[in-house]
Design a protein around this ligand. Structure first.
Ligand SMILES: Cc1cc2nc3c(=O)[nH]c(=O)nc-3n(C[C@H](O)[C@H](O)[C@H](O)COP(=O)(O)O)c2cc1C
Length: 185
């Protein structure tokens, strides 16, 4: 098959579309939609990174406070996800404007978003200047999961109604194909 080179832009896919909460010095919260969310260290320690462009209000807030919460949404609140990625918290209270509910976190000032079944509290350990985005590297302090999406300590992803961000589209997460590592046994 013949291939052609294209101009690269966000070449790796898919990514999550997460709602990251942060707060100003008075505790007033903001929300930013992010496609660039990464598991940087998976168990010991657990570290989740986020990449944010310098111009975003959330960049300013997280740089100042060193705290954020990664909230993983469902299709039910897709419109709010898109809207939180279209306006700035500099002039909009995104919680009230888009019908989202703040819930106090355990370890950090930014709130959890009730409508998201998974909420990951993070504290910044490092900020790396990368390119047009900076990478915030955050230690995970707590992971909250809706009871009805849990089986023991395992998240039932089939019950999450999750979606991903791919090629500037939101797409549903499809059917399970196989268990990872299935060729080993
Ligand atoms: C699906 C989607 C993914 C996005 N991903 C990122 C991202 O990874 N990094 C980033 O800096 N901005 C990203 N944005 C843009 C910000 O969400 C947007 O500029 C937002 O309005 C900034 O809000 P703030 O000024 O309140 O921080 C994304 C927007 C959408 C809709």
């Amino acid at each position: 098959m013949s291939k052609r080179q294209i101009t690269p832009m966000r070449p790796v896919y898919p990514s999550p579309a997460g709602l990251v909460t942060c707060a100003d010095a008075t505790g007033k919260p903001n929300i930013i939609t992010l496609g660039e969310i990464f598991n940087l260290s998976i168990r010991d320690p657990v570290i989740v990174g986020i990449a944010i462009a310098k111009a975003r209000y959330s960049h300013e807030l997280i740089s100042a406070t060193g705290e954020y919460v990664v909230n993983l949404p469902t299709v039910r609140i897709l419109e709010a996800v898109d809207r939180c990625g279209s306006v700035s918290g500099r002039n909009t209270d995104k919680f009230s404007a888009f019908g989202l509910t703040p819930v106090p976190a355990l370890h950090v000032t930014p709130p959890l978003i009730e409508e998201c079944p998974v909420n990951i509290e993070c504290r910044v350990r490092d900020i790396q200047v990368i390119g047009d985005h900076d990478l915030f590297v955050g230690d995970v302090l707590a992971v909250h999961v809706d009871e009805d999406c849990l089986e023991g300590n395992r998240i039932r992803t089939d019950r999450l109604d999750a979606f991903c961000f791919i090629n500037w589209e939101y797409r549903a997460v499809g059917d399970r194909i196989e268990r990872a590592g299935y060729t080993r046994s």
